[in-house]
Ligand binder design. Sequence first.
Ligand SMILES: [Zn+2]
Length: 353
Amino acid sequence: MILKNKVIDSHLHIEAWENEEGDVTTSFEPYKVERELKAVNVCGLPSHNGAGNNIMCLFYKLANPNTYCHCGIVHLEKPIIDTPPAGFDTITQYRELMEIGCDGIKMLEGKPSYHLELGSDINVPSLDRLYAEIEKDGTHLIYHVNDPDEFWDRDRAPKNAFEEGWFYGDLGYASYEEIQRQAEIMMERHPDLKITFAHFFFNAKNPEYLEKLFEKYPNMCIDLTPGTEMYHAFEANHEYYREFFTKYSDRLLLGTDGTFPWATRFHSWCCHTLLRFLSTDERMLAFNDSYLTGLNLPEEAVLNIVGRNFEERVGTEPKPINKEAFKKYIEKYWAYLCSEDKERIEPLMKKYL
Ligand SMILES: [Zn+2]
């Protein structure tokens, strides 16, 4: 199967201004070339370094117009309050990002650690108003809600969950079921949301549940971004999942979670593995050093998953950056940026804006 110029990585992040291969403005370019990708989509994570993270992603998009970008909302107050400082409400921020030229919105507000920081409810009025606006506009939303259920269980949680602060068995965190229930409430209130739940919505062990949601919400998709645990579930139910992936090939999106400053070889290997998994029947060493058997899907299904669905939802051309709006955004959030971000942004503004 020839996938040259067909593949779009829909789920990438930028968390540094440079690595040994280059700076933020070239971050995923070597990866695009190596894997012959059609395009990439970078997702802003204000939970990481506030508006600075959106700005990193937007500079990459500005320097490489063949790039999609989904930025996130900055929460100056944690937990979220209903009346943030004037001009920093969720709707104003959303409008600013769309005016700059974002192709969609990325949210992490349902990831249990961030969820707790923000007040443990993804349906508070200011977020609910945002969903309503996004739904009305038909804007694409990539939403990370929940985490693997083993992250709540001291005996089953992987080592990295403890290292990263993603072990949720301690007091305070909402349960897996509670967070999933909140997502259901959001969907009941906003059934037309053009939403893509990241990481298979952490339900690879419960695909019947996903099928129910697909039937109920025609605009809902999920992405295949690992989540190593998902791939163990796919392997354990190989035949079932071959059918599932074929039947719902219009609901699945490819992504790697590749993160600049990691070296290109990491996302490149991940993308290569995902493409082999979808398009061949080979047995391959996959995530967490376990084996994975390719699903060998029909060509049409593969093409849907690797790029067409993303284009169908977001557009066949990335939106251009409105430089004036971008400049205004940087000025507005300047006081909230860390000193490293400010130092890095100044020369980029001179060069690109
Ligand atoms: Zn991610």
